[in-house]
Design a protein around this ligand. Structure first.
Ligand code: NAD
Ligand code: GLY
Length: 371
């Protein structure tokens, strides 16, 4: 059974595409993909967890339209998103004789989307790809906007390319199998949109977030649609992050330091790091006199209410001291002249980019949060 589909356009001239959002889209994937195919075959990159749950449905939907599929299923988790996973994926795509006009399909969370998208970007100097995001994080953020890449020993996402998909199919029903922890981690990215540019959406999440997380399909679809619409509008204005797109990095300067400190491991998922990072970015805004203390208090009250990780104290195990965390920020991609950039707020829904934040203020926020 399928229900209504919402469509959000990402307007990028000749690289424009649609993000289709709705419950039951996977079962219609054959018809959705057919117009993009030069010949009736695709190469699917996924991970083994997603494959066990959702690959058969995708293959059946493709077969119903006479589309053949070859499949690479990698180990689940961030570890796949490195040089080894990239070379394995590219070599598999070449062995599968994927040609310039073929289509690569990324079926999975942000790890698979980033990896398969980057592999498609460099294969034969660029092959088209489709995102079928299966996590909340991927549906609201990583599948849209064309950032692809891998992690290296020096840090996260330091090697990559902008390569836009030709289509995104976000089937919100796939979220039903997502573990609660991953769902809550992705929810942090949803909250991020409210914080950075839409106070009404934040207030809506305060009301509807618990239902959304408990499985309310309409609330999930609405949250994905609003998040994607916000991201699409920003990406259309600033595809390669020369300005406004940096707002989407709210919480990320703190998050990347925390992820590095916890070894990009299950100790702290990316979405959890972003959620905690958003709280710290609001704390920093308060410390700099930009907004009232009610903003981070309101954020944490909401996150506590839905059982999301909201504080440094929610990270299990020891963390570096403030100076150590500040040092880890220096490796962030967004560093300018050695100084990290922060997204700060003047209140919920009013974010801006700041490049001249005193290191002492950042250390002060971390000191207070760690004790
Ligand atoms: P993920 O891809 O590792 O998925 C999380 C876990 O959920 C995995 O174990 C996966 O196997 C499992 N899973 C996926 N879909 C499932 C489903 N429907 N049911 C059950 N299990 C399922 O992690 P993620 O949180 O989706 O993505 C994180 C990655 O996204 C990070 O590498 C981050 O850097 C990247 N990211 C990229 C962008 C971008 O703009 N490109 C934006 C945000 C994050
Ligand atoms: N996730 C941040 C961006 O896509 O720009």
């Amino acid at each position: 059974m399928s229900t209504a589909t919402a469509t959000v356009g990402v307007g990028l001239g000749s690289r424009s595409y649609e993000v289709r959002i709705g419950a039951g889209l996977l079962a219609r994937a054959g018809g959705e993909l057919r117009p993009f195919l030069a010949r009736p075959r695709v190469a699917i990159v996924t991970d083994r967890t997603v494959a066990a749950l959702h690959l058969a449905a995708l293959e059946a939907a493709l077969a119903a339209e006479g589309i053949a599929a070859s499949v690479l299923a990698l180990a689940p988790g961030e570890g796949a998103k490195g040089w080894e996973g990239l070379s394995r994926t590219v070599e598999w795509l070449l062995a599968a004789q994927v040609e310039r006009h073929d289509l690569v399909v990324a079926l999975g969370g942000g790890v698979i989307g980033d990896l398969a998208g980057f592999a498609a970007a460099i294969l034969r100097r660029g092959v088209r790809f489709v995102q079928i995001p299966t996590t909340l994080l991927a549906q609201v953020d990583s599948s849209v906007g064309g950032k692809t890449g891998i992690n290296t020993p020096q840090g996260k996402n330091l090697v990559g390319a902008f390569h836009q998909p030709v289509l995104v199919l976000a089937d919100t029903r796939l979220l039903a199998t997502l573990p609660g922890r991953d769902l809550r981690a992705g929810y942090g990215e949803v909250v991020k949109y409210g914080l950075l540019g839409d106070a009404d959406f934040f207030a809506w999440l305060e009301r509807e977030g618990p239902a959304l997380l408990a499985g309310d399909g309409a609330a999930r679809a609405r949250a994905v649609e609003r998040s994607v619409a916000m991201k699409a509008a920003i990406v259309a204005r600033d595809e390669t992050e020369t300005g406004e797109r940096a707002l989407l990095n709210l919480g990320h300067t703190f998050a990347h330091a925390l992820e590095a400190a916890t070894g990009y491991s299950d100790r702290l998922l990316h979405g959890e790091a972003v959620t905690i990072g958003c709280g710290l970015a609001l704390d920093l805004s308060v410390r700099l006199g930009l907004c009232g203390a009610d903003a981070p208090a309101r954020l944490r009250a909401h996150l506590d209410g839905v059982g999301a990780r909201a504080r440094l104290a929610d990270v299990p195990g020891p963390l570096p001291d403030p100076a150590g965390l500040v040092a880890l920020m220096a490796q962030d991609k967004k560093v300018v002249d050695g100084r990290p950039r922060f997204v700060l707020v003047r209140g919920i829904g009013a974010a801006f980019v700041a490049e001249d934040v005193p290191a002492a203020a950042v250390a002060g926020v971390l000191e207070a949060a760690l004790h």
